[in-house]
Design a protein around this ligand. Structure first.
Ligand code: GLN
Length: 488
């Protein structure tokens, strides 16, 4: 059966564009017809940028007609609404930034523009990237295309759904504690969080600066490598960006696994892990072993501290980062102002949603005099222990394999009134952020009810290549990534 253009991957479309079998404008037309057919059911986007996209597609076609351009020239991409785009509203899923139009582009956006990629729109997300379900968006929840009554995961749920439902060819997300990988796993797509410092954070609206990273959400591993190539690299505008040569990540694909040792940490196969998830992950591990990798038990003893440590550090940093939304400089301002202080108070009370307020309060508390040592300082110390666990583990193995999330996608509303339960679901993804490590989630199976399951591969610092090598090999020997939700 012939595929529609919107169903294709970056690397498939790249070849068609290069061989002049199709134009960027035709691809865009196909993608927008798909969006028109399914967006009402998914709500993957906060805003579509049709006019911008049409112009970009025309520019791409012109470039391609001169045999110029790269892998992403003319490719329709969804952009998480946390990345600043000149002249296009960037809301961060929040009322407080509902009308914010950035005067500059995030570095990753500039990089995509320099290749003349095409932007379909800004994807839906939990407000300020705080959440694991996309229910915290001011603009309403996104629906999982495999079961519209279920969450797509979060906070990059819109990006994951846009990719899974073929409403774009690939997308950018951000990951502070799992926000690329967990929605990728819930939606049956590939999501990659790069090593901290690999990709510039300039123009990424900050949630927790020591944890945030931008990364690709794609239909397969090759596309993840292509998109990672495009966004990686040193940036003088980001003081935490690392000046290090960026390899061609696509070169890692296709290597066999003979030289790889895979660590399996027992702390990730625990009570509460859904049996279907456990089964699918073990099937994948066995397949990877069959391809030549050697398995080894590794110990990550501080894993149980990861969630409390993450929720102290992330909220502490967020309370500081979000202090800038005061109704003065930009964004929403309450009209109920009687004094300056009242104006600040009203603006923030009206502009932020309940989860953001909860986290600002938690973070402010953790940083306050008298509690700083007991909470923030202690959490920072334990963070070092978590990092050290990985340093030790990587003396014995090249990669660590785990489930991405303990369960498949849950029902919309199921955990909405139980934040602690929601936070606990981040157990397998937050350690990589705390340690700055790269990690990828790839599809590895389905539950009996037809919900996707994700496999997480965590690499050592700056070893995305090994991670991609393993992920690609697994993908080559399985069919999970080719399954599509039946939406229409
Ligand atoms: N679910 C985590 C949180 O709510 C992670 C979010 C993220 O990675 N942005 O903080």
């Amino acid at each position: 059966m012939d595929k529609e253009l919107y169903q294709m991957t970056i690397h498939e479309l790249y070849r068609l564009l290069r061989d002049k079998k199709v134009s960027s404008q035709e691809i865009l037309h196909s993608v927008f017809s798909r969006i028109d057919a399914v967006e009402e059911k998914t709500h993957a986007y906060i805003a579509l940028t049709r006019d911008v996209a049409r112009q970009q597609a025309r520019d791409a076609d012109e470039k391609l007609s001169k045999n110029e351009g790269g892998y992403l020239t003319g490719i329709p991409l969804g952009i998480k609404d946390i990345l600043c785009t000149t002249g296009i509203a960037t809301t961060c899923g929040s009322k407080i930034l509902e009308n914010f139009i950035p005067p500059y582009d995030a570095t990753v956006i500039q990089k995509l523009k320099s290749q003349t990629a095409v932007f379909t729109g800004k994807t839906n997300m939990d407000e300020f990237a705080m959440g694991s379900s996309n229910e915290n968006s001011f603009f309403g929840p996104t629906h999982n295309p495999w079961d519209p009554d279920r969450v797509p995961g979060g906070s990059s749920g819109g990006s994951a759904v846009a990719v899974a439902a073929d409403e774009c060819i690939a997308a950018l997300g951000t990951d502070t504690g799992g926000s690329i990988r967990q929605p990728a796993s819930y939606c049956g797509v590939v999501g990659l969080k790069p090593t901290y410092g690999r990709v510039s954070r300039f123009g990424l609206i900050a949630y927790a600066s020591s944890l945030d990273q931008v990364g690709p959400v794609t239909k397969d591993v090759e596309d993840a490598a292509i998109l990672l190539n495009a966004v990686s690299g040193y940036d003088t505008n980001d003081s935490t960006s690392i000046n290090r040569k960026v390899p061609d990540f696509t070169k890692a694909l296709g290597r066999d696994l003979q030289d790889l040792t895979i660590g399996i940490p027992k702390q990730y196969f625990i009570e509460g892990l859904d049996p279907a998830v456990e089964q699918a992950v073990w099937n994948a591990i066995r397949e990877i072993e069959k391809q030549g990798a050697v398995l080894k038990d590794v110990n990550l003893p501080h894993t149980e501290c990861a969630v409390p440590v993450y929720y102290l550090i992330a909220t502490a940093e967020a309370s500081s980062n979000l202090a800038r939304y005061d109704g003065v400089k930009y964004g929403y301002r309450s009209s109920n102002e009687t004094s300056l202080l009242k104006m600040y108070e009203q603006t923030r009370s009206e502009g932020f949603g309940p989860e953001v307020k909860r986290r600002i309060m938690l973070g402010t508390y953790a940083l306050s005099a008298g509690y700083y040592d007991a909470y923030y300082k202690k959490a920072s110390q334990v963070r070092t222990l978590i990092q050290q666990d990985f340093v030790d583990a990587y003396t014995r193995c090249d990669l660590i394999i785990t489930p991405t999330a303990p369960t498949p996608a849950f029902k919309i509303g199921e955990k909405a009134n139980d934040p602690l339960n929601m936070y606990l679901g981040d157990i397998f993804t937050v350690p990589a952020n705390l340690a700055g490590l790269p990690a990828i989630s790839v599809p590895c199976g389905f539950t009996d009810a037809g919900l996707p399951i994700g496999l997480q591969i965590i690499g050592n610092l700056f070893e995305e290549e090994k991670m991609l090598q393993c992920a690609y090999c697994h993908e080559q020997h399985t069919q999970w990534h080719l399954q599509k939700p039946s939406l229409v």
